[in-house]
Design a binder for this molecule. Structure first.
Ligand code: SF4
Ligand code: SF4
Length: 168
């Protein structure tokens, strides 16, 4: 991972308790156009962060894979579906199938994804900052700031906009 991104994650971990508290606090208000504002922050953060120089989510957080995701990935990669499920996935009671082997078996050394065009929806959505109803999911965003430098930048932008003056 790019050194600059490691430093961002270091800072994110130092500030994690504060970020969690702020996200919990902001989750209580009804903020107008919040989804759109956060989607703009998402674009701004990913204009600065290049996932190909990071790959940390693919190394640390196993994505969810639903049945169509599994089918598509196996077809694209020529894998036997039963064997792939048995060897690489684990069933979570609430979330369903998840990649169990980290780093993800589809991650290449250069941080590219071997099945990028047919990657699981969960991978495409991460860190979930373009979704509707993001205000209800600020706790998840706070959690993801520990792994994703872009999520950290987005969380800081939210705090700067909606809770300025509170710095720690
Ligand atoms: S499927 Fe691709 S994008 Fe998803 S975690 Fe694995 S390497 Fe990353
Ligand atoms: S989504 Fe976040 S953690 Fe994943 S590669 Fe991009 S910047 Fe890194």
């Amino acid at each position: 991972m790019e050194h600059e991104y490691e430093l961002l994650l270091e800072k994110s971990r130092e500030r994690n308790d504060f970020i969690k508290r702020q996200m919990k606090y902001l989750g209580k208000f009804n903020m107008k156009n919040f989804d759109h504002v956060v989607a703009d922050f998402h674009e701004e953060a990913f204009a600065l962060i290049d996932c190909l120089k990071c790959g940390n989510c693919c190394r640390t957080i196993g994505p969810k894979m639903n049945e169509p995701d599994i089918k598509r990935a196996c077809k694209a990669f020529g894998l036997d579906q039963k064997r792939f499920v048995a060897e690489s996935l684990v069933r979570d009671e609430d979330l369903g199938w998840m990649v169990a082997v980290m780093p993800c078996p589809f991650l290449r050394d250069d941080n590219a994804c071997d099945i990028y065009d047919v990657r699981p929806r969960d991978c495409d959505d991460f860190p979930y900052t373009r979704e509707r109803g993001i205000q209800r999911a600020l706790g998840r965003l706070a959690f993801n700031t520990e792994f994703c430098p872009a999520a950290y930048l987005i969380a800081e932008k939210i705090i700067e906009r909606y809770a300025p003056g509170i710095t720690k």
